[in-house]
Write a protein that binds this ligand. Sequence first.
Ligand code: DAH
Length: 339
Amino acid sequence: MREKLQKIKEEAIRQIQDAADLGRLNDVRVAVLGKKGELTAVLKGMKDVAPTDRPAIGQLVNDTRESIEKMLEETKAKLEAAELEIKLKHEVIDVTLPAKKNKVGHRHPNTIALEEVERIFTGMGYEVVEGPEIEYDYYNFEALNIPANHPAKDEQDTFYINDKIVLRTQTSPVQVREMEKGKLPIRMIAPGRVFRSDEVDATHSPSFHQIEGLVIDRHITLADLKGTLAEFAKELFGADTKVKFRPHHFPFTEPSAEMDVTCFKCGGKGCRFCKDEGWIEILGCGMVHPRVLKMSGIDPETYTGFAFGIGLERIALLKYEIDDMRLLYENDQRFLNMF
Ligand code: DAH
């Protein structure tokens, strides 16, 4: 037994000294001390040793184990130090090399324009709300006083999911959803994507964005509408901007108007940008139709309000002097990097 242990020890020491790397060293550990290792086998054979010899042999096995373990540890430390040394030698860092540049994106011109509009209206105490892009026909048309035979309901203008559900053609349904909540007064804007069955060209896209606005309170008049939107135009296009309201028709407002701003390029004299008109149309607006209020559960005798709808792309195109709407959707980095 003693000889056997001595042999195991010598053999282990030889192998440890020969081990060229950590992997090999671990193999030796497993072969000697592992579950099926040589020394473990000796330990299992202890039951065959005469009981009187057991303490001495046991002590010897433990000593052998300890000295092998110690040697394994020391060699491991040495090999690790050597490996680190080699690694450090190979990984020389040249601090003078130029760093890799991260390509950092930035906000899309639509987003920049939207944030500007949101900043102006939240500054006036408006709340920013959202509604669903897939909308009930009721909210998109009926509750907005748009009758069944209205041209906006034509299949040419609207994507129908079925006869009750459509891709919203305007953000105006969000007005109805807010009014139905029954919390008054209301001062909100609702930006979002809208859909129309349009062919793509320089000024049309089947999917674009609007920003809806709605104010409902006691004693709201056309003067509030004019004052608010004139202030908005000044903030957005510059303090010298003047506004002009042209009578128009929208089913959900009465009276209704379209608002023009003085061309911010020529100041109203007329130029190529405003097609010599001096004015640029930027939104639709009006006083909320009493029937629309009533349908959403608001008493038109007590409450009045105004609403407006802004085309976001139109604002972005004007503000950044982009002449083709398609550029906004192509995601060409050469274009996007200009903003
Ligand atoms: N929803 C209208 C459109 O898509 C825009 C609009 C006009 C919204 C007048 C309004 C409004 O809230 O008062 O053409």
